[in-house]
Design a protein around this ligand. Sequence first.
Ligand code: PMP
Ligand code: GLN
Length: 386
Amino acid sequence: LNRRLAEFGTTIFAEMSALALSTGAINLGQGFPDTDGPEEIREAAVRALRDGRGNQYPPGPGVPELRTAVTAHQQRRYGLAYDPDTEVLVTAGATEAIAAALLALLEPGDEVVALEPYYDSYAACIAMAGGRRVPVTLRADVAEGRFRLDLDELRDAVTDRTRLLLINTPHNPTGTVLTREELAAIAELAVERDLLVVTDEVYEHLVFDGAEHVPLATFPGMRERTVTISSSGKTFSFTGWKVGWVTGAPELVMAVRSAKQYLTYVSAGPFQYAVAEALSLPESYFTAFRADMLAKRDLLAAGLAEAGFRVFRPSGTYFVTTDIRPLGESDGFAFCRALPERAGVVAIPNAVFYDHREEGAPFVRFAFCKRTGVLEEAAKRLKSPT
Ligand code: PMP
Ligand code: GLN
């Protein structure tokens, strides 16, 4: 392994899912639903396969049906107008979109300011692109019950070498949804310092309690400097299909496409037709999906609180971050390694998402995108560990 990647080893998600398999514990670690997305969308994929749509290399930017569905979704939901021919790129999940965007936009030595804790592929992709990551830590605010961005720290993190801001809202793993005011401040900073912004909005449909997802690209001066990333994995519960997309100004999308061509060339064809249909589902699908996840959040959050964790009730995503110190524990790694044996549950130590590991040490993330009975059983086990 070269020096750029040496520090990354095996992703925590693979490690923890393997631990769940080998111990038979309930897997609340890696974020994937235990119920597949809509039957009619699965049927659409089967139809595409049978009809021979997408069984050979689809067009580089993605099939026109999906690009059009993406732009219709951005227009309908956020009033953002994109040209499906020049301003959309279909990728192999958001993961490839992140990689291709960073490989396309960074020069070696460029600094990338990212919100810490961050999704693990960010650090690895910045490293592969030869960039330098500059973390800005989201701080646990116990009174507010959320992790908060300090806008002064964000400003101070920007230097003359900063090339781009890498933002994620709703935020994995903390569940924070950046507010309109916070996003406006990020946008102002980007414009003032002439920065590019890559924004990972894969949890755009998972916001709760009146929180609102506002795409960064909607703020003044942002459309032309922002690469927006989303994915069908989270919104439609098809994480295995790996269909994601990028929207942005033509030069930016063209740049990302240049990198994507040599990573995967194109993404799997038949699934693209099915995801085009998914994006066109009536509003009732999205409302029901959100309501279902909200009920699951409340169920797991209550169970964790009863078991003695301090719970940061998320306003978005399908993860809940907890503080284990009220349990007399302080090392999330050790806690998560022991948890399958002690309680038959797998969780993720948030420390892996931090450069300042000590900041993340007491935090542990649980996924609630699981069937109600599974969450109830997990809560029961966590309440009476051995
Ligand atoms: N970004 C974030 C914040 C995520 O949590 C995930 C995990 N699913 C991804 C990107 C990757 O998405 P995909 O599975 O579409 O590659
Ligand atoms: N995004 C998912 C999570 O945070 C996992 C994706 C992956 O395994 N790479 O759990």
